[in-house]
Design a protein around this ligand. Structure first.
Ligand code: SF4
Ligand code: SF4
Length: 379
């Protein structure tokens, strides 16, 4: 018995695929499936988080719709994956945020932006609010640096805690040990392997040909857009970290000159976020509707919009910081970033963390499998 009809359907598909095995060279899903004879809910959540929705198995399959077997692996695994985010959410009472997620994130983000605008209007130096100023310390006339660090530091720490608690439950459910690094199932090599696989989106290439996003002609547009988004996000994060070091170690206050490292990193990251999320949104619009989980479109779109706005408002602030719009743009940018932080554990952001965790498990599993085969070969 499975907890949901979606998990029962995933079990049916994996049972069909396990008899067929035509797609075993396409991605990590099929080898993980072949290592099992029966599928518990945890196994299905693990397998679903290995899938990158490249679509190759849908177009290669002789049993895909309109065949009566109705084998649609990308769509069903996308549903299982999305349900798994809610299932493992921490605290459990927050899992409801995954229902109507697009609306929930929109409302939280709008409230966050409104709170920063009202806060600035209510408490900031009125002269500073409407005056363009790109001199060091200008931002902190609108919001004290310590208040920024406290607010964003706490929200970020909460996001890390909530995501860690969810991943811990996921890890146990998919067969990982309570203490991962003490386990003989996993080592640093498996983490390294998973970092490489996640970093280059190894399983988004349909076994080497490319992603079948729109039709049976594989292309790499979706992977390139994802790379721009992911590495853009990392560059923005690096920019924030370097700016913090500038502030505390060098005593230099933002805003910084165009050639300073935090601005260079932030500009490249912001461009990556804007162009990458636009590309991902475009890929979503042109995706074959047969593979789309319509119920989760809101969650996917809300996450893309939040990342786009984070990049766009950051770039706008950079370009217009010595105009009268600086105060308002800073309020909007901080509101978007704060909204992004507090909704991180309850939106599409977690897909990267769960996927990475599944890839670590997969690397450990393949290593154990290879050791067993070598042992049998020598025996
Ligand atoms: S997706 Fe279709 S072709 Fe591929 S393994 Fe499953 S049943 Fe076979
Ligand atoms: S990654 Fe691609 S080939 Fe593998 S299960 Fe998902 S859609 Fe199918």
């Amino acid at each position: 018995m499975h907890a949901t009809d979606t998990l029962a359907e995933a079990d049916r598909l994996m049972t069909v695929c396990n008899s067929c095995r035509y797609c075993e060279g396409l991605c990590a899903v099929f080898p993980a499936m072949e290592a099992r004879r029966a599928f518990e809910d945890g196994d299905l959540n693990y397998i679903a988080n290995l899938c990158h929705s490249c679509g190759a198995c849908y177009y290669d399959c002789q049993f895909s719709p309109p065949h009566e077997f109705d084998v649609n692996v990308p769509k069903v695994l996308a549903k299982v994956r999305a349900d798994s985010y809610a299932h493992y959410a921490w605290p459990a009472m927050a899992s409801g945020l995954f229902q109507r997620n697009g609306l929930a994130i929109t409302l939280i983000a709008a409230a966050s932006v409104a709170a920063f605008i009202l806060g600035f209007v209510g408490w900031a130096d009125p002269a500073a609010l409407w005056t363009g100023n790109a001199n060091p310390g200008a931002f902190y006339k609108l919001m004290p640096h310590n208040a920024m660090v406290l607010l964003f530091g706490l929200s970020f720490l909460y996001a890390i805690l909530a995501i860690t608690m969810g991943v811990r439950r996921f890890w146990r459910d998919i067969g990982g040990a309570d203490d991962p690094m003490a386990s003989d199932q996993m080592g640093w090599g498996d983490i390294w392997q998973a970092m490489g696989d996640a970093g280059r989106l190894r399983y988004l290439d349909g076994g080497g040909a490319g992603c079948n996003n729109e039709d049976d002609r594989p292309v790499d547009k979706r992977r390139h857009a994802h790379h721009l988004t992911f590495y853009g996000f990392l560059l923005c994060f690096a920019s924030t970290c370097v700016a913090t070091l500038y502030h505390y170690l060098l005593g230099r206050e933002a805003p910084y000159a165009w050639t300073d490292l935090p601005v260079v990193l932030g500009t490249l990251g912001g461009l990556g976020l804007v162009i990458g999320t636009a590309g991902l949104y475009s890929a979503k619009q042109t995706r074959d509707p047969m593979m789309v989980d319509q119920a989760r479109l809101g969650m996917d779109t809300a996450f893309l919009v939040m990342l786009f706005l984070a990049g766009f408002t950051g770039l706008a602030l950079l370009v217009l910081r010595d105009t009268g719009l600086m105060g308002m743009l800073l309020a909007v940018h901080l509101g978007v970033i704060f909204g992004l932080f507090i909704t991180m554990p309850y939106g599409k952001f977690v897909h990267g963390i769960y996927r990475f965790t599944a890839l670590v498990r997969y690397a450990a599993e393949r290593k154990a499998h290879a050791l067993l085969e070598n042992g049998n070969g020598q025996g």
